[in-house]
Design a binder for this molecule. Structure first.
Ligand code: 13P
Length: 336
């Protein structure tokens, strides 16, 4: 078993999942202002540190994805943030892309940037304690899009990123996100997601990426959020499994879904059904941002000194997701 495979399995095994706390300063500012909290490096640290010190870090969270600002910060306890995360036996990770920019040649679409100087940045992050990384490609569905150009160029960038990350001794999360925005059907989402993921693996293989040492972070198969064609959670689970079975090479150890704007409970329910029906060898778990943090952030914003209360809410969410990652969640548990 390779070192990278061991890291991937440590992050994902036993129902553990990933806390995606890697919102860029711009996105985090929007989230904080959305709940009337002034966004400063101090307030961003306080909220994140509150989550990273929670009880559920021990049994639920296998890895935390950080943003550049956070990985360099020191917690109240005088531990650096990576030390705080590691003290719970969770693994610190880092978002290394520099964001989605206008795609030259198809300006209504996006290409994720960040390859220039990446090797040097990776070495620095490794020294700071990171053992896995994230890069997100983003695709919009409409009658014209995504174009072949966007599918191809994002897959190419993801593969170049993944090889560099492995060279530096870390596990790359490969995240091709087909957005939920739009009025497409679940079948459209299935078709596009399948094409996008297949292209990513074609490029990953071309770039000699060790597939046993990556984590795939895809979207679930959902109808567009403006479509009025919502499908049941059972159908979400079945289509998502079918898509992944047909598109992901069996060497990949695990798949950690993004929540993508689903409500906390929907993201949990869908993951639970995916695991109930999981007839693959892939570990299927969560790498949620909003679906782990939303309620905790709302509660915290009312009284930022109420650390214990905020942690209680976060612990509940993480516990629910970890049960779902084992197919053991039920709706009744939400209210207990
Ligand atoms: P959401 O779960 O909020 O979609 O965030 C996950 C993520 O890391 C997106 O890149």
């Amino acid at each position: 078993m390779s070192e990278l495979n061991k890291i991937a399995l440590k992050i994902l095994s036993n129902g553990k999942g990933i806390l995606a706390a890697d919102e860029s300063t711009g996105t985090m500012t929007k989230r904080l202002e959305g709940v009337n909290v002034l966004s400063t490096s101090k307030s961003r640290l306080l909220f994140r540190e509150t989550l990273f010190s929670s009880e559920s870090m021990k049994n639920c969270i296998g890895g935390v994805i950080l943003y550049d600002e956070t990985i360099k910060q020191t917690a109240n306890s005088n531990k650096t943030i990576p030390e705080l995360i590691s003290s719970f036996d969770a693994i610190p990770g880092i978002k290394v892309d520099t964001g989605a920019k206008v795609l030259a040649g198809s300006p209504e679409e996006k290409i994720t940037e960040g390859l220039d100087g990446l090797r040097e940045r990776l070495k620095e992050y490794y020294k700071l304690g990171a053992r896995f990384t994230k890069w997100r490609g983003v695709y919009n569905i409409s009658s014209k899009y995504p174009s072949k150009l966007s599918i191809h160029s994002n897959a190419h960038a993801l593969a170049r990123y993944a090889t560099l990350v492995q060279e530096c001794g870390m596990v790359p999360i490969v995240e091709p996100e087909v957005l939920m925005d739009g009025n497409h059907s679940a079948q459209d989402c299935f078709n596009i997601t399948s094409e996008v993921i297949k292209k990513c693996f074609e490029e990953l293989i071309l770039h000699n990426v060790d597939l046993t040492g990556i984590i795939l972070k895809p979207n679930m198969i959902l109808a567009g959020s403006n479509s009025n064609k919502e499908i049941s959670s059972e159908e979400v689970a079945k289509l998502t499994l079918k898509c992944l079975k047909e598109s992901v090479p069996t060497d990949v150890p695990g798949i950690a879904f993004l929540s993508g704007g689903q409500t906390e409970v929907k993201a949990t329910e869908n993951l639970n059904l995916i695991n109930k029906h999981n007839d693959t060898n892939f570990i299927m778990t969560y790498s949620y941002g909003r679906a782990l943090q939303q309620s905790a952030l709302k509660f915290w914003s009312k009284d930022i000194k109420n650390i214990k209360g905020t942690q209680k809410i976060f612990n509940h969410r993480a516990n629910m997701c970890t049960l779902a990652a084992q197919g053991k969640w039920s709706a009744e548990l939400e209210t207990k």
